[in-house]
Design a protein around this ligand. Structure first.
Ligand SMILES: [Zn+2]
Ligand SMILES: [Zn+2]
Length: 294
């Protein structure tokens, strides 16, 4: 059974409707991962609104979906009230990280309150069930799901999904260099370049993935100018993917000020670096509306 990945929102920090961002898309993070009829959703940025409409149109419409929120920054939760209103018959399982992690329940009960979202309480909306993941793998609807910590202000988690020998890893909002303490460098054979250190937990989680979706918001100069913001250079993301032997790399969480041409330039930078390092790695920018099959 193939895994299907669809990008519903790929932009970081704040949505943009700018003409110059139309190719890659302006909605904030939301990625759907499907295996058979199990639906997994990574993050509830503004892109999740269109996913809700799409789920409703499917035949048969899914009865349940599993929602994994990497963290609770606004760009990752802002679309949730609109999504829940779009799929009133859906049961949405929302996962925290541990048994005593009530942050998602607390935040979402606030976000869904009348102060923030003007929906009449009698209007139907999807029901929420709160659950949690351990850091060890857990079976969810026949898919092996694992979470792992990411270096980002206030904390963040990534997720891996494994199904029928396929693996997809989602790691948005991470400062790969800040999290690299203890990582190990190695020199690529026959090349003067040295692969950059990357966080061990993420490296292990990503190893051998068919697809790694990772924060590549900046180039190196932008990264240095925004140290501490919790995001990564796309070139460090490339080094991570090479060391983890992933089969495909999708740059994600595009900067809200990046034009389509800026995003494309980052991809070219990454491809050049991978080529210099002797890696034959497909690298592309995540693009809203695109579905991939593995
Ligand atoms: Zn973000
Ligand atoms: Zn964030």
């Amino acid at each position: 059974m193939p895994m299907i990945v669809k990008f519903w929102g790929v932009r970081g920090s704040i949505p943009t409707t700018a003409q110059w961002a139309r190719v890659h898309g302006g909605n904030t993070p939301c990625v759907e991962v499907r295996c058979d009829d199990a639906v997994f959703i990574c993050d509830a940025g503004t892109g999740i609104r269109e996913l809700g409409r799409d789920l409703r149109r499917r035949s048969p419409a899914p009865k349940a979906a599993h929602l994994f929120l990497s963290h609770l920054h606004l760009d990752h939760v802002q679309g949730l009230p609109f999504f829940l209103a779009a799929v009133p018959d859906l049961r949405v399982h929302v996962y925290g990280v541990s048994d005593d992690d009530t942050s998602r329940r607390r935040l979402l009960s606030g976000e869904l309150g009348a102060e923030f979202f003007p929906q009449n309480s009698s209007e139907p909306r999807a029901s929420l069930t709160f659950d949690h993941l351990e850091e060890d793998a857990r079976n969810v609807s026949g898919v092996r799901v694992r979470s792992f910590p990411l270096q980002h202000p206030g904390g963040c988690h990534g997720f891996s999904f494994e199904c029928d020998g396929r693996k997809v890893v989602y790691a948005s909002d991470v400062d790969l260099e800040a999290g690299a303490a203890g990582g190990k460098e190695r020199t690529a054979t026959g090349d003067v370049l040295t692969l950059r250190s990357v966080p061990r937990a993420l490296l292990n989680a990503a190893r051998g993935a068919d697809l790694l979706i990772v924060d590549g918001q900046f180039n190196d100069a932008q990264y240095r100018a925004h140290m501490g913001s919790g995001h990564s250079s796309c070139l460090t993301a490339t080094d991570l993917a090479i060391q983890a032997d992933v089969k495909n790399l999708a740059l994600f969480h595009h900067d809200p000020d990046d034009r389509d041409s800026d995003v494309d330039a980052k991809v070219r930078l990454c491809l050049a670096r991978a080529s210099k390092l002797g890696a034959d790695l497909p690298i592309f920018a995540a693009r809203e509306g695109v579905a991939l099959k593995f």
